[in-house]
Design a protein around this ligand. Sequence first.
Ligand code: ADP
Ligand code: MG
Length: 696
Amino acid sequence: MNRLRSLDIKFIKGVGPTRADLLEKQLGIRSYYDLLHHFPSSYLDRSQIYRIADLSGDMPSIQLKGRFISFATHGEGAKSRLVGVFSDGSGTIEVVWFQRIKAIRQAINPGAEYIIFGKPTEFNRRWSMIHPEVDTTSATTAAQGLRGVYPLTEQLRNRGISSRTLFTWIQSVLNSTPKLSESLPQPVIDHYRLMPLRDALCAIHNPKDVAQLQRAKLRLKFEELFYLQLNILRTTRTRNARLNGFRFPRIGTFFNSFYQNCLPFELTGAQKRVIKEIRADMGTGRQMNRLLQGDVGSGKTLVALLCMLIAIDNNTQACLMAPTEILATQHFETISQLAAPIGINVKLLTGSTRKKQRDIIHSQLTDGSLHILIGTHAVIEDNVQFRNLGFVVIDEQHRFGVAQRARLWKKNLTPPHVLVMTATPIPRTLAMTVYGDLDVSVIDELPPGRKPVETMLRYDQQRLQVYQGIGRQLKAGRQVYIVYPLIEESEKSDLKSLEEGYELIRETFPQYRVAYVHGRMKPAEKDYQMSLFASHQADILVATTVIEVGVNVPNATTMVIENAERFGLSQLHQLRGRVGRGGEQSFCILMTKHAIAKETRRRLEIMTSTSDGFVVAEADLKMRGPGDIEGTMQSGIPFDLHIANLATDGQIVQLAREAAGSLLDEDPEMSAPVNAMLRPTLAAIFNKHVDWSRIS
Ligand code: ADP
Ligand code: MG
């Protein structure tokens, strides 16, 4: 297979150097390999023959079998056309040519049987077909089944390269390479019952039927994902082998007494499962790097605390890092309250911690009497030194870069275990790829008794009604968020509408206090405004998406999102998660102009129809593709996959992951003779295709 990467397409009959250059420029096709992997975007159905009597409305190109019963030429010169009447016994259809009239008239033998292939159209109850492909019935056997239709560019078309031309070249490459060496190890092919490579390539371009096409696609997608996973796992395992971590063999008094006496509620099944997964990891002696995904409100904090207690039981310290001062403070309050009865020492370190307090923290950290340090990125400053840091929790991971994470690892000789928590639900299969270096745990269950947030789509014309609803909530003593989009490209006009919105709200609700936050404010001002809202000194918060991350104000029951159509689904879901945190019924109102595209409307209706973050994330992924999903950017995964689709081929991702994993278990160096193709193929794929611009 790898040999095909070095064969130049200019040697294919009918291609030549000029067209080869053109193909390279236009489609990136240079080698035989590239050409064979230029997969069809759709197929023409040559597997069945239709009856003219059965033709109906909007049909794709189809085949008819019959005879030409008459010909007539209409018009003069450049405007002339040839019309043949074609009959198959069930009816007739007019076949029309505007070019090469003479040649066609001569070539067709009246009375002989032909198969014509084209798109039938109906006009005035008469069927016609323009410029069909015409073959004698004996000649067509070669091109039976479904025939590939290829993505092309205008330039290529202008230079006379059609889909059919590409098809012919591909067929001739396939014919000239009767023996293709397999690109997957035979045991893998056998185990997953995959189609052999050559069969798959033949079938993807010219499948006999839909079933065969499916099998070919499966094989080729599997192969692509297999190499992707192999590459990821290879890197991860090398790193894991290098990094020895703490082994936490025991569960001790802190954990047990907390679990028995202080647990504020029964853990959900998902919380229990995840804690088990994390415990198992911490017992292996390998450094843990785990991503904990859980929808907003799923109870990640408690999981984090319990895991930190295990670390403390094993004579180490724990640290929790949050992206903002408010979040860090909230975590500090929750955790110190929960852990106080069992004598755990918890301290908060942020940019605004006073010198005196800082000194206390520093000395308690080094003498080991401080068990848990919670803070912002202040905790990664170099002068923060632990006696023995064993466990690190990073909340809302996408606000921290990989480099920042690494600084925490380096605080110890033995790198601490790392738990990254995020509420941005990424479909599991994507996470396996995107966060290749992290294991993934998922809390897929909310604590009992939550009332799902009621989500509504409202138009500008209904604003009055919406404001009345807000008024009722405020009157009942609840708080309200009003969120505006702010994106850099349209910053000026966005800020203007934010300001106008703020004024409008103040005028509409003069008796209430309104806080106001946007990302361009100084951090101190921002924190001040947010804290007004958090402490209920403000009833309404008008804001941009700065509030997206983690803020917990259980008394806030209403979230109004202006210009909702400009947000991604995952982002809307994040915002919605800010409400519904208390016992009250909460509301999320998506405001849009009346005139939104159907597609947009459909997207927003996903929000009104489900409160499941994973469903939202899957839908988002399917609509936008993985490149746009938060978190994928820093992953370094090349998303220019040829045939597999991370959004829709989740199951195949899983199989490929499993296959790559067990292969590396058995043959970590990939040196067994059956695996001989792996290293060169990995090199060919990843040295060439990694898009470094995507790696941060
Ligand atoms: P998130 O996953 O969004 O960080 P939190 O950890 O803030 O969620 O938890 C959300 C709320 O749910 C908190 O008020 C917490 O006390 C509560 N909670 C957590 N676990 C449970 C549980 N098992 N049963 C009931 N309530 C829970
Ligand atoms: Mg949280």
